[in-house]
Design a protein around this ligand. Structure first.
Ligand code: AP5
Length: 206
């Protein structure tokens, strides 16, 4: 399967992508996770990307395109989570794929639910597991139940960065819904439902 997950910040793309990866073995390529790892390791990419992510802005296309192209070069099946995020990235993706995408899954959800999801989110900086303090707490308290690392709050899950990320989504990413609809690839699921229900919709669409 060659999939793109599209949706607003907090729509649940990462949560569902990681579950599909665990159950189906399809590799997740999550640009946000890759960029956060680069920041944590203080690589040249991380140094360049850090300020953009803190502000809730998109990291410049050439940086992101390069990491995606390198990852996809060795993969037959993948779930792209968080890429493409604008028209230029969508065109870049089309140009590097050797086989076409099977589907673009659009996680549709109203903004009201998202602030609550993002402000309660905790992540594992080591294995990228995603939790929520109310709806999906770690069984190990403030540590990751998978690898034991202390959980953290993402620095772009602060109110100002969240507002900017929504704005960027509406202006730059949402137009991709129409772009992929026109190409017959778009499959829409209702992301404003409990995680198991969203997963069941995903399986039925796939
Ligand atoms: P990225 O990491 O991709 O963030 P995002 O797209 O804003 O998406 P999120 O990770 O916030 O949300 P999600 O949909 O994965 O939700 P999750 O499953 O975690 O990007 C971060 C930044 O990196 C960008 O702002 C940009 O700067 C840069 N970047 C990344 N890609 C880029 C690109 N291509 N080009 C340029 N820059 C790029 O769930 C959220 C919370 O809700 C969790 O707590 C979870 O437990 C909970 N939850 C999940 N599903 C449910 C449910 N069904 N019901 C209740 N709670 C739920």
């Amino acid at each position: 399967m060659r999939l793109v997950f599209l949706g607003a910040p907090g729509a649940g793309k990462g949560t569902q992508a990681k579950r599909l990866e665990a159950e189906k073995g399809w590799t997740v390529v999550a640009t946000g996770d890759l960029l956060r790892a680069a920041i944590a390791q203080n690589t040249p990419l991380g140094q360049q990307a850090h300020a953009y992510i803190q502000r809730g802005e998109l990291v410049p296309d050439p940086l992101v395109n390069q990491i995606v192209a390198e990852r996809l070069a060795t993969l037959e099946s993948f779930i792209l989570d968080g890429y493409p995020r604008n028209l230029a990235q969508a065109e870049m993706l089309e140009s590097i794929l050797t086989k076409p995408l099977d589907a673009v899954i659009y996680f549709e959800i109203g903004e009201e639910s998202l602030v609550e999801r993002l402000s309660g989110r905790r992540i594992c900086p080591q294995c990228n597991a995603v939790y929520h303090i109310k709806t999906n707490p770690s069984k190990a308290g403030d540590k990751c139940e998978q690898c034991g690392a202390p959980l953290i709050r993402r620095e772009d899950d602060q109110p100002e960065a969240i507002r900017r990320r929504f704005q960027v989504f509406r202006e730059q990413t949402e137009p991709l819904v129409e772009y992929y609809r026109e190409r017959g690839l778009l499959r829409t699921i209702n992301a404003d439902a409990p995680p198991d229900e969203v997963y069941a919709q995903l399986l039925s669409v796939l």
